[in-house]
Unconditional design. Structure first.
Length: 239
């Protein structure tokens, strides 16, 4: 599998909001600035046929409206399926109402059978040649929040989404060939992980760190951990 880091920043960082692309077709999170960053990285956004939203925070799903809008304007024929937690469709509809109040028949224009939203409590589904499996992570009071495992040809890539350290994070690192983990804070708290947790987890598996503030990025660079790659926007890996 080809893994492309679209964004690796937290909301306080100059990097684009955390997002990743697998084999040019599966996008994990589509938050603020992600669509323009996809274009900058010369990704054909219309080749994306599956999007997975980990949780309903702005930096993880707000650019869905922009992507759906561009698909409609360009009369894209291939189908797009968007997976996400309960209330995703309601939230996207609200964004359209706020951001494009002048447009009529939003449902007919944008959700015409080519673009669909699938809400779930848990997911273990075959999508084309991939198996998508969710894990329930802990992100403060934001419930539900999901991590994701993408499997193809016996290889697994795990994504933490936003999460503090919890059993699900251990499960990802121990069961995936590569885990893309958030590290937003200089210390672990109820919402996010810190560099010391990344150090602890690095003994269990290969890690790419994302969703970093400037301070956590600097901390991790100084720590120079084995089995840990500090992600940069545009990085590409092959698993």
């Amino acid at each position: 599998m080809k893994l492309q880091l679209i964004g690796t920043g937290s909301i306080t960082a100059p990097q684009t909001s955390a997002s990743a692309l697998i084999d040019d077709s599966i996008l994990v999170d589509c938050g603020t600035g992600v669509v323009k960053e996809l274009m900058k990285q010369k990704v054909n956004i219309f080749d994306i046929d599956t999007i997975f939203i980990t949780h309903l925070h702005a930096d993880h799903f707000f650019d869905l409206t922009y992507l759906i809008l561009l698909r409609s304007f360009n009369k894209v024929k291939n189908k797009l399926k968007i997976y996400g937690p309960e209330n995703l469709k309601k939230s996207v509809d609200a964004l359209f109402e706020i951001g494009y109040a002048d447009l009529k028949n939003i449902e007919k224009i944008f959700f015409d059978g080519k673009t669909s939203i699938v809400e779930f409590d848990s997911l273990n589904e075959k999508v084309n040649d991939y198996c998508l499996e969710t894990v329930l992570v802990k992100h403060g009071k934001t419930e539900p929040s999901f991590g994701l495992i993408v499997q193809k040809d016996g290889k697994k890539i795990g994504f933490s989404g936003d999460s503090c350290y919890c059993e699900a994070i251990d499960y990802l690192v121990e069961n995936c060939n590569l885990s893309v983990l958030e590290c937003s804070m200089p210390y672990n708290n109820a919402d996010h992980m810190g560099p010391e947790i990344i150090k602890q987890l690095s003994a269990k598996g290969e890690i790419i760190v994302t969703h970093m503030s400037l301070s956590t990025r600097e901390q991790l660079e100084k720590m120079n951990l084995e089995n840990v790659i500090i992600g940069k926007d545009g990085d590409i890996f092959h698993i």
